[in-house]
Design a binder for this molecule. Sequence first.
Ligand code: NZQ
Ligand code: ZN
Length: 389
Amino acid sequence: MLGNFTYCNPTRLYFGEDALSNLGGELDKYGPRILLTYGSSSAKKSGLYDQILAILKDRKKEVFEVPGVMPNPTVEKLYEGCRVAKENDVNLILAVGGGSVCDYAKAVSVSAWCGEDPWEKFFLRMEEPENRIIPVGCVLTMVGTGSEMNGGSVITNPAQKLKIGHVFGEGVFPRFSIMNPKLTLTLPRRQMVAGFYDIMNHITEQYFSGTDDCTSDYLMEGLMKSLIHSSRQAVKDPTDYEARSNIMWTATWALNTLVAQGKTTDWMVHMIGQSVGAYTDATHGMTLAAVSMAYYRHICPFGLPKFRRFAVNVWGVDPAGKTDEDVATEGLNRMEAWMNELGLVMNLRDLGVTEEMFEGIAKGAFILDGGYKTLTRGEIIDILKESFR
Ligand code: NZQ
Ligand code: ZN
């Protein structure tokens, strides 16, 4: 049975090849001082940076910049953004990039005026902002995280070896996001497929929970089928606009909070993957891929009916004459084969993890209890060992 919920998603999306033409109109809604933030090189290389600067100039905006937001943005970088945003009293933060830049913009947005150490307040103590929040707009260039339409913000503290996500409320969601699938065509294949798996895992984290009949589960089965189909097209031909645009839209729906309403959710692959990220700075989607199969095989017996349903409804396994265990196993095997087809990193060893890190990674992984089995630290270590072959 669905629990009680209130649902509102305030982000306005502009989707398609002409999406950027809406940026000027959005900028007109905010004051004159804009903080433009982006990654290391891709936006300049593609010409997107110049296009955006021209739009900002046309709208008579004063532009302050924080370039060089790294994948897995760090707390030191967050402090830098807070300084620039506060000193210049900016009216809007415009993020140009992938999930890292969008997450970063949201972190600066709540932190600049918080009056204390934002790492401690928002990430260690998980407090909600009571201070002024600077509005954020995004121009998305990488597909996977859903950051363009959610309140998530993940920050890494390399000194403390912690990578922590805070899922903020609707006041922190981007006010608008510009999503032109063409802007994602320059992604290197490794990033593209890491994003594909991030999408899949966002869905499975929300699908593998509960035993009730729930509309969201049917929605998620549809999203997964579309993703599997389009990802195969995109891997064959990365310039396939139809596939890439469908995947971009699926990514948004996988984590814009809709399918989680009224359900419990799992998120343990993300918790373990994030801790792996804190130790290795590895690409987010690859950290998930490396631990997923061990995790799902471990919890499958505790949520067998759902794993059976996943096998039949998502992977097309024929259940006739087979035990539930066999059907569920075949579903997971098919998922693993698809992951190999995409060329994902399926082994922690290949991400730079060493056995000496296991204790620390297990300790840094927050244990959540919304899935089919609440893990112990020992079970997390077993999963790490199983993912390290
Ligand atoms: O820095 P540049 O030069 O822009 O290069 C980036 C970066 O190296 C490159 N890139 C982005 N768009 C490109 C491009 N290269 C060529 N052409 C383009 N169009 O891609 C690299 C990775 O970018 P990044 O933003 O790090 O990737 P992603 O979108 O996967 O974001 C990962 C971050 O998001 C967090 C992750 O933990 C990680 O820190 N997440 C955020 C979530 C949320 N907000 O809800 C949920 C997710 O589960 C995730 O945890
Ligand atoms: Zn993710």
